[in-house]
Ligand binder design. Structure first.
Ligand code: NZQ
Ligand code: ZN
Length: 393
């Protein structure tokens, strides 16, 4: 087992009607003025936003609001938020929404607490030394931003999507009411399930040894999300399945399933971020579309780990070799994705990058041929281009 630090400081308030506690949670933190940040309107239509305002009013907490965050959240909205929050003397940001809203809130928090251009952090030009406190009322189980150290923003200048990670941005609290996710369109629910699984899979497929505990947690999480995704396909209002998926979302990306590993692979994530930066696709669906091609490209580097996935998560009987079992597992994972309406190729995702676009994706993903991605197998620019090509389908 490798050395590790596990830091998950977010207070989780889980269950039905928990959004009514939002005011009290902010009051405990002694904050004076809140920016309520939200997306394109689902929280207005569902009545959630009004209930959150009610919870703030009940505690006498002043607030202003800024909606309009889009999926694959944009830098321009972040800049708008920073200038509004400065003008209004905001000292707490409450994200009411999904990963996009939480990530936008985190970016505004960085912009408020540090001098200079906030994009510098995402462009890896410098590091942040603080972030305004953030809280989240989660409406979709997917990105795990409610407990993660990460924020992912798209800069419209060049359509570059970049993540920035630091512990400063971890949410102070996350209100997790599974009922809030019942209004999600099916495709979005299932994209979320893929993303949740991928956050653990990226950590599970590694070169580590002796991680019985972490492996067991990961396998249970993956099996639970597979089972719950199938339940939700047939019965979208099933509270227990919504609850399992929501808790899995937070545990899958708060570091727990990476404890003792040699770090996450995250190549599929890096490859996908370029896709959603350039083509504005849904992140989880993009992961489903690219994963099989990535897996086939790299599995020979660690056939035993892929074989474990096949046997312990996908319940495939062992074949005559680890490589054969691994391949059967990759196919079974893709079958599962298809069974919940997820794409397993870029064409099914609805995009067909040209040769030039593939080169551009690989160029961007390799930061102009200056970095490799992945740990199962290190991938350079040409490998990335090949995986994109394989994924077209
Ligand atoms: O904007 P509204 O109207 O709210 O609609 C949203 C949006 O269209 C809708 N939605 C959310 N909750 C709903 C709902 N519709 C009906 N009922 C509800 N209860 O769903 C759509 C997607 O929302 P979004 O916030 O984009 O989803 P998600 O949580 O999947 O976030 C995706 C973003 O997170 C990033 C992704 O790259 C992407 O930009 N990620 C962030 C990570 C992190 N910070 O740790 C890690 C991830 O790997 C990921 O990269
Ligand atoms: Zn993800």
């Amino acid at each position: 087992m490798h050395n590790f630090e596990y830091y998950a400081p977010t207070k989780v308030v889980f269950g039905r009607n928990t959004e009514s506690e939002t005011g009290k949670l902010i009051k405990e933190l002694n904050c004076q003025k809140v920016l309520v940040h939200y997306g394109g309107g689902s929280v207005v239509r569902s009545g959630l936003l009004d209930r959150v305002y009610g919870a703030l009013d009940a505690e006498g907490i002043p607030y202003i609001s800024l909606g309009g965050v889009v999926p694959n959240p944009r830098l321009s909205k972040v800049r708008e938020g920073i200038s509004l929050a400065r003008q209004e003397g905001v000292d707490f940001i409450l994200a009411v929404g999904g990963g996009s809203v939480i990530d936008s809130a985190k970016a505004i928090g960085y912009g408020m607490a540090n001098e200079g251009d906030v994009w510098d952090f995402y462009a890896r030009k410098r590091t942040a030394s603080a972030c305004l406190p953030i809280g989240a009322v989660l409406t979709i189980a997917a990105a795990g931003s409610e407990m993660s150290n990460s924020s992912v923003i798209t800069n419209e200048a060049g359509w570059i999507k970049r993540g920035y990670s630091s512990n400063y941005c971890r949410c102070r609290f996350a209100v997790l009411n599974p009922e809030l996710t019942c209004t999600l369109p099916d495709y979005q629910t299932q994209s979320g399930c893929v993303d949740i699984m991928m956050h653990t899979l990226e950590r599970y497929l590694n070169h580590g040894t002796n991680m019985e505990m972490t492996d067991g947690i990961s396998e249970a999480l993956l099996r639970t999300v597979i089972k719950s995704a199938r339940t939700l396909r047939d019965d979208p209002e099933n509270y227990e399945a919504r609850a399992e998926v929501m808790w899995a979302s937070s545990l899958s990306h708060n570091g727990l399933t990476g404890c003792g590993t040699d770090g996450g692979d995250f190549a599929s994530h890096q490859l996908e971020h370029e896709l959603s930066g350039m083509f504005d696709v849904i992140h989880g669906a993009g992961l489903a579309a690219i994963w099989g091609s990535w897996a086939r490209y790299v599995y020979r580097a660690r056939p035993d780990r892929f074989a474990s996935l096949a046997v312990k998560v996908l319940m495939i009987p062992e074949k005559s070799s680890a490589e054969e079992t691994a391949l059967a597992g990759i196919e079974a994972m893709e079958d599962f994705y298809r069974s919940i309406g997820m794409p397993t190729s870029l064409r099914e995702l609805g995009i067909e990058p040209t040769k030039e676009q593939i080169l551009e994706l690989a160029e961007k993903c390799s930061f102009g041929n200056t970095r490799t991605i992945g740990i199962v197998k290190k991938l350079g620019r040409e490998d990335m281009a090949e995986i994109y090509r394989m994924a077209i389908g």
